[in-house]
Write a protein that binds this ligand. Structure first.
Ligand SMILES: [Zn+2]
Length: 71
């Protein structure tokens, strides 16, 4: 996926900023325990309180795209 991005950037530098923005869009999950939104790091869907959560509120499209690429 990273290589695909770089190829696009070389051909069309005008999309550089937008592509980078999408690439760094953080995945957010909602923790019912803390009742707050938590940023996911290293694909670990665990709140800072230690409670796992699958309630993705942002970035789900990006994850779906990665799954489709692997298929
Ligand atoms: Zn929590």
């Amino acid at each position: 996926m990273q290589n695909a991005f770089e190829m696009v950037l070389e051909d069309q530098p005008i999309y550089n900023k937008a592509s980078l923005h999408v690439d760094v869009l953080p995945v957010l999950i909602h923790c019912d325990e803390c009742n707050k939104d938590v940023e996911v790091h290293h694909h670990k869907f665990i709140c800072s309180c230690g409670k796992p959560s699958r309630n993705i509120i942002q970035g789900e499209e990006l994850l779906t795209s990665k799954v489709e690429f692997e298929d």
